[in-house]
Design a protein around this ligand. Structure first.
Ligand SMILES: Cc1cc2nc3c(=O)[nH]c(=O)nc-3n(C[C@H](O)[C@H](O)[C@H](O)COP(=O)(O)O)c2cc1C
Length: 316
């Protein structure tokens, strides 16, 4: 685990419906360390959901991979984790940070931070059941009245967890306001296991700043990498404007090819629209481009629309 983290100081963060296998492959090609899949619901996996099974199969092909599970009990998380390890997961990660109401209302995601003792028992059961590294991804706490990241991190260390990722906003803060990096430093000071920091990092320089100011061993980058996977490439900054345009066009093309190969046509179309809108975000005409992309009915028309836009004004 320590070796894998040392080789992967800056990595793509998991983001549901974006960081599927095609985008994770692209991020790794650009320079991201090992990646985590978008969350898979343990119950759905055990119930035989075709989406969960197919997404896990594709995720496992992009090794090394931390397979992230959502769940609220050892009864579902343990067999789901065992199944993923048997299928080849290098790391099992438990999502303890998802703030989405329909998830937390079922006691999953960030809700696991509320009952520390019960969650400790789940993590102990997982620890006994699997022999690959077990990691967790937490928030600063449930809300500002319960900022318990340090308590949860200590409990996790005692339960045998190998490493912790901290996104220091509380569940109540969702994605608003500044991510309070000092919470990451508090967790680093409280435990001996490796800590990964996460929150509002938009460049390799900022990732280094997060490591320097908080003492975390590695960093995950989420939203800033959508439409900009080349931020993981240390060589990108030194390219000329033309060099960047060529690089970006190649990356976008490879990404579209991977999406087309991975999904059935309707899913591929939607995935391409979402990612192309991200690649186009930040341009002056981003809003119009997004509308135009989402109006397209075929993969070919979508590629053509983006190609025209790129010729008019390269990404970047
Ligand atoms: C659309 C979206 C989906 C996300 N899905 C997940 C997920 O499946 N698992 C998870 O642990 N975190 C998820 N997150 C949280 C991110 O991994 C990350 O912690 C958060 O975006 C803060 O990092 P950033 O400021 O670099 O984006 C998601 C975030 C976004 C924006």
């Amino acid at each position: 685990m320590v070796d894998l983290l040392a080789q992967s100081p800056v990595r793509l963060a998991p983001m549901a419906s974006f960081t599927n296998a095609p985008f994770r492959r692209i991020a790794v090609r650009c320079g991201s360390g090992f990646t985590t899949n978008e969350e898979i619901d343990a119950e759905a996996l055990l119930a035989g959901s075709a989406w969960a099974a197919e997404s896990a199969r594709q995720d496992l092909e992009v090794g090394p991979v931390a397979m992230q599970l959502l769940g609220n009990s050892a009864e579902t998380l343990v067999p789901a984790a065992v199944r993923l390890v048997e299928a080849g997961a290098d790391i099992v990660d438990i999502n303890m940070g998802c703030p989405v109401p329909k998830i937390v209302h079922r006691g999953k995601g960030a809700a696991l931070m509320r009952d520390v003792a019960a969650t400790g028992r789940i993590l102990e059961a997982l620890r006994r059941a699997i022999d690959v590294p077990l990691t967790i991804k937490i928030r600063g706490g449930w809300d500002d009245c319960q900022p318990n990241a340090v308590e949860v991190a200590r409990m996790a260390q005692d339960a045998g967890v190998d490493a912790i990722t901290v996104h220091p906003r509380t569940r109540a803060q969702r994605y608003g306001g500044r991510a309070p990096w000092e919470v990451i430093a508090e967790v680093v000071a409280a435990v001996d296991i490796p800590v990964t920091g996460n929150g509002d990092v938009t460049s390799l320089a900022e990732a280094r700043a997060m490591m320097a100011t908080t003492g975390c061993q590695s960093v995950m980058v989420g939203r800033a990498a959508l439409g900009r996977p080349w931020l993981f490439d240390a060589g990108y900054e030194s390219l000329s404007v033309d060099g960047r345009a060529v690089y970006e066009t190649r990356v976008v093309g490879e990404h579209l090819d991977l999406i087309e190969a991975a999904f059935p046509p309707r899913t591929a179309l939607l995935q391409m629209k979402k990612h192309l809108a991200q690649y186009g975000a930040g341009r002056p005409e981003a809003r119009a481009l997004r509308a135009e992309l989402f109006a397209q009915a075929s993969v070919e028309a979508l590629r053509e629309t983006f190609r025209h836009q790129q010729e008019a004004a390269p990404v970047g």
